[in-house]
Design a protein around this ligand. Structure first.
Ligand code: SAM
Length: 249
């Protein structure tokens, strides 16, 4: 997968060199290219923002540098290659979910446009919306100073789903929000050695070797945790997904 990020703070994306994403890059599974938006400015101050039409506080990112930058990135794609999906981080976008992460992980090329100030001049989104699949995406109901942290969040969520990136391909199968058997439930608690720590043991069932009982215990714990932390997920779920034991909990 290829990922391009256009930003005024390229150094903010340096964590993409470490850990899982860094290793995926080193192995050639992920081709990440970070671009400095100011390279596409032509005045001596490398201006990327201006005052908003209609007045009001804050500044708006100018369309010209974004247009030149995105044209250059798109044109750098090989002839005949599928066009990129443009991912625009914004608190006013659709929520970033595991489902969207899965969908994006199946695309060959993503371009991210993290903004600053009050965001990017709307015409940029409209312009590329006519040519590309554009997704305006929010990572949560809060406002950050810029889109770089959301890009780090989204790239990591997408990259760990790429084939061969996680050591064990099954690791994300039981994740909270993973599509499949427990799609509507959060993941329950996990334990490792030693069997006793500070006087606290682990649930006996996990030592029983009985796969059926372990699976049932995991499901019950997942259900309890979801009821406690995210009752909205239970309310939204298909009632047919729950059985008699769930209802007792
Ligand atoms: N005035 C804008 C609003 O209320 O929608 C907020 C602009 S914010 C200060 C600057 C930039 O940070 C946004 O354009 C976006 O790129 C990024 N950003 C902030 N919060 C975000 C969130 N929750 N999800 C995705 N991007 C976010």
């Amino acid at each position: 997968m290829r990922i391009d990020v256009v930003t005024i703070f390229p150094e903010y994306l340096e964590p993409l060199n470490v850990s899982l994403v860094g290793k995926a890059r080193a192995r050639g599974q992920l081709d990440v290219r970070v671009h400095d938006l100011r390279e596409w400015t032509h005045d001596k101050h490398n201006t990327v923002d201006d005052t908003p039409y209609g007045g009001g506080p804050g500044m708006v990112m100018k369309p010209e540098p974004w247009g030149e930058a995105l044209d250059a990135v798109i044109e750098s794609g090989a002839q005949g290659e599928e066009l990129p999906v443009l991912v625009v981080p914004t608190p006013s976008g659709r929520p970033f979910t595991q489902e969207l992460a899965v969908e994006l992980s199946e695309k060959p090329w993503l371009v991210f446009t993290p903004a600053r100030y009050e965001g990017i001049d709307r015409r940029v989104i409209e312009e590329y919306g006519d040519r590309l699949d554009v997704r305006e995406v929010s990572i949560g109901d809060y406002v950050l100073a810029g889109g770089e942290a959301p890009v780090l969040v989204m790239v990591e969520a997408v990259a760990r789903l790429l084939p061969g990136v996680l050591g064990n391909a099954e690791s994300h199968r039981d994740d909270s929000f993973a599509p499949g058997a427990m799609a509507d439930l959060l993941e329950g608690p996990v334990y490792t050695k030693p069997p006793e720590w500070r006087g606290r043991g682990i649930p006996d069932v996990l030592l029983s070797g009985h796969h059926g009982k372990i699976a049932r215990w995991r499901r019950d714990e997942a259900f309890r945790r979801t009821v406690r932390n995210r009752p909205d997920l239970i309310e939204r779920a298909d009632p047919a997904a729950f059985d008699k034991k769930d209802r007792e909990i």
